[in-house]
Design a protein around this ligand. Structure first.
Ligand SMILES: [Mg+2]
Length: 241
């Protein structure tokens, strides 16, 4: 049996294993339409909503509930208090719908995870609302493939350091896979680990970041289906296969 280069493959969840941002995107489109009749001319509704989300981030954290509260707040601000209770009720319903939406896995995810789990320890690291993220993990059908699941408040160097220390893994022996360069890639590279970026069709404004150059420790793939081959390539190059 070959010795793996990585002690642990860590996966992001939202927009890496299953769809998430497309739901936010569709809800935002509905928000713009609902607010348009109440918005003074020349107001950039999208920019106003993003500014509200950014201002609330430290208070509400990440996730659908935070997004819902920011939509309601932005609706009241943008309309200068004129938005109807009917529209506010619709925003609350849209938020609830997002929270209750069934998990939709991305193409190839179960097959690739099953393959990788044969020779690697898989862990899941996701940020956001504890209730919502927990339900998605447990209803995804992927739960059993992960040796460890961590739901965190923030994905930064300090958080990853603590997560890896808690499970006794050296960051240098981790490969993290995710759709956000800011949250899933840069902190891991800073800690000396490997990272693989797989983009999703939508990226939240507050997750945007410049991509580092591709290297021995950082790969850019189009789909998770390319992941086993990439990992195999790294293992071969380091001569530990
Ligand atoms: Mg993600």
């Amino acid at each position: 049996m070959s010795m793996a280069t990585f002690d642990c493959l860590a996966f992001d969840a939202d927009d890496t294993l299953w769809h998430s941002e497309d739901g936010f995107h569709a809800t935002e489109m509905a928000f713009y339409e609902l607010l348009a009749p109440f918005a003074p001319t020349g107001i950039d509704i999208k920019a106003a909503l993003t500014a509200t989300e950014r201002a609330n981030l430290h208070t509400y954290g990440y996730g659908v509930k935070a997004f819902g509260l920011s939509m309601v707040e932005a609706a009241i601000t943008i309309s200068q208090g004129q938005v109807s209770t009917d529209v506010l009720a619709q925003l609350i319903h849209l938020t609830r719908d997002l929270l209750l939406a069934p998990v939709r896995l991305l193409d190839g995810v179960p097959e690739v995870l099953q393959e990788l789990a044969q020779h690697h320890r898989l862990i899941l690291i996701t940020k956001g609302d504890l209730v919502h993220q927990t339900r998605k993990v447990t209803s995804s059908g992927l739960d059993h493939l992960f040796d460890h699941v961590e739901i965190v408040l923030e994905k930064d160097v300090a958080t990853y350091t603590k997560v890896f220390r808690d499970i006794s893994v050296q960051p240098e022996r981790v490969c993290m896979v995710g759709n956000s360069v800011k949250s899933d890639i840069l902190p891991i590279l800073e800690l000396g680990g490997h990272a693989v970026h797989i983009p999703y069709q939508f990226l939240w404004e507050l997750e945007k970041a410049e991509h580092p150059p591709v290297s021995q420790r950082f790969g850019e793939l189009k789909s998770i289906n390319e992941l086993p081959e990439w990992i195999h390539g790294i293992v071969s190059q380091t001569g530990k296969a």
